[in-house]
Design a protein around this ligand. Structure first.
Ligand code: SF4
Length: 533
């Protein structure tokens, strides 16, 4: 028996996450407690944070547009397109833009619109909806990807992730060179700093933010945080729960309006202010990691997000979709086994199962269906058994057999070093950054570093280049923790925290170099600096 691409990828992401959780030991529990508290506090203060954010953006000369509906977003975009004579727009992955129907709308206006995230690009070419919050092409095999790209490029491409990525890289160099506008989403917004925080692995978001002549940020109000102090546990848990990484490959700290590039921030409400006033407020804590999709037996068996008729799948989709779209999605809470895996996997402790139950009661037709099924312990046991049957490798499947799910199971690793410096060096090496101790070449740029995150820190222009090899030296200065780095950051200049070369695992979870950004990062460990990064 072989698993579907969705089930295999979801299992792989969950296994990777659990492995890192084990290596973190008690540190993980502390991060989760802190992250839940921070998100609940931010959501409770949302009206205040929105006022502060609005004031900051006004000072920076950045228009903030609050759109009530997807139709309002489209009206605003039409005005921006006309004002700046935009013909080509490049996007980074954004589920809010899917929610607002942005790409079909802009294409209808005659624009050339490209999704720059590799998985999202495949989904665009196939005319599908993303299969997962953080892995849009989760439902595709390498053969699907090769067939799709061969058709698009009009040439035969082999079903090899590396070859497919190489071909896509060449295509996007031209797309970015000609793009008038870049559209990005946000993982978080910093009210006090008027800042955008966005994470990624491929480097396409970096190019989307810093290459075109007009910048559009489309997101939702609940992404607001009071200030940068809230970031450390959230950044660490977002990467871990999304892809099983210790830390994202790139984290962008971007003060909105800092560089004079015309910038627009659009916040889509679409019923979120109503949700804020309801008993379902806690769903606004969601940081879109997708862990509750990856562990969900219905999501795995149903082949990804397609069954949710929305970009939001898994347990959070069963809660959020009916609240956003109402009756047309009122059946989704019923598509749950109430097994509780989602509650256990959520980094910000959203009580998803209780909310699904409450939504069934809220909709009479769902309540009726719910009466037909047994409740309580017996139901829980049954659902757990279904989960095991659908996800466990077949009996007798030894390492190396079958189609790889047993072979792919990560081996246990030693806990992370408790010294931040030792952990930093270990993580950089694990992220494929070459570390050297000989004399750096004259063109090696100076970078800082953050021990806790296992990353280097630079200005975006150091990274936003077509160069294949990035040569850097440092760390000057070395910040032991994320907190110490964020306290020292002036909040005025953008910074990128990065761990290694561009990469992606969009096709069958095979980790390869991504279609954007440097293919290699070489870092010279030096003892003194001549200039700060
Ligand atoms: S509900 Fe929790 S687990 Fe699901 S996507 Fe949101 S933060 Fe992640």
């Amino acid at each position: 028996m072989s698993l579907s691409p969705v089930a295999r990828a979801a299992l792989h992401a969950t296994q990777k996450r659990l492995q890192v959780q084990m290596r973190l030991g008690e540190e993980y529990g502390r991060l989760r407690e802190e992250a839940s508290r921070i998100r609940q506090h931010a959501v409770d203060r949302l009206p205040d944070l929105l006022q502060t954010f609005r004031r900051r953006l006004r000072k920076a000369g950045v228009p903030l547009i609050y759109a009530q509906t997807p139709g309002d977003v489209q009206d605003v975009l039409r005005a921006i397109v006309e004002r700046h004579a935009i013909r080509r727009l490049v996007k980074s992955k954004s589920m809010v833009s899917e929610e607002a129907g942005v790409r079909p709308f802009l294409e209808g206006l005659g624009l050339d619109v490209w999704e720059s995230d590799f998985g999202e690009f495949l989904v665009q070419l196939r005319g599908e909806v993303p299969g997962h919050l953080v892995a849009p092409a989760i439902h595709l095999t390498r053969y699907d990807a090769a067939e799709t790209l061969s058709r698009f490029f009009g040439e035969h491409l082999p079903p090899e992730p590396e070859a497919l990525m190489e071909r896509t890289r060449t295509f996007f160099q031209k797309v970015f060179a000609d793009a008038d506008a870049g559209m990005v989403g946000a993982n978080f917004l910093l009210a006090e700093e008027g800042g955008l925080v966005a994470v990624e692995n491929e480097g396409n978001l970096l190019r989307t933010l810093y290459t075109p002549r007009v910048r559009i940020v489309l997101t939702t109000p609940e992404k607001l945080l009071p200030d940068r102090d809230a970031l450390p546990p959230l950044l660490r848990l977002l990467a871990l729960h999304a892809t099983g990484q210790y830390f994202p490959n790139y984290v962008h700290l971007h003060p909105l309006g800092h560089d004079g590039v015309p910038t627009y921030v659009i916040l889509l409400d679409h019923g979120r202010s109503r949700i804020w006033r309801s008993e379902f407020r806690a769903i606004l804590r969601c940081i879109r990691c997708g862990a509750c999709s990856s562990v969900c037996p219905v999501f795995r068996a149903g082949g990804g997000n397609r069954i949710y008729r929305s970009p939001y799948g898994g347990a959070m989709g069963k809660v959020l979709n009916p609240l956003l779209w109402g009756r047309s999605h009122a059946d989704l809470p019923d598509r749950s086994l109430l097994c509780g895996f989602c509650d256990a996997s959520c980094p910000v402790r959203i009580p998803l199962t209780s909310m699904i139950r409450a939504l069934r009661t809220a909709h009479p037709e769902l309540a009726m269906l719910w009466q037909m099924f047994p409740r309580g312990k017996g139901w829980r046991t049954l659902s757990s058994r279904i989960y095991r049957i659908r996800t466990a490798p077949p009996p007798g499947n030894s390492p190396g057999d079958g189609d790889g799910e047993a072979r792919d199971q990560p081996a246990p690793k030693a806990p992370y070093p408790s010294s931040w410096e030792a952990r930093w060096l270990q993580l950089l090496t694990e992220q494929a950054t070459e570390i050297r101790e000989d004399s750096p070449p004259p063109d090696a740029r100076f970078v800082a570093a953050v021990g806790e995150a296992g990353v280097l820190v630079a200005s975006p222009h150091v990274l936003n280049t077509d160069r294949d090899v990035l040569r850097v030296q440092g760390p000057h200065p070395f910040y032991p923790t994320l907190k110490s780095f964020l306290e020292a950051w002036d909040g005025q200049e953008p910074r990128v925290l990065f761990g290694g070369p561009s990469r992606t695992a969009d096709i069958e979870k095979v980790l390869v170099l991504g279609a954007h950004g440097p293919r290699k990062v070489t870092f010279w460990l030096t003892s003194s600096s001549e200039s700060p990064p």
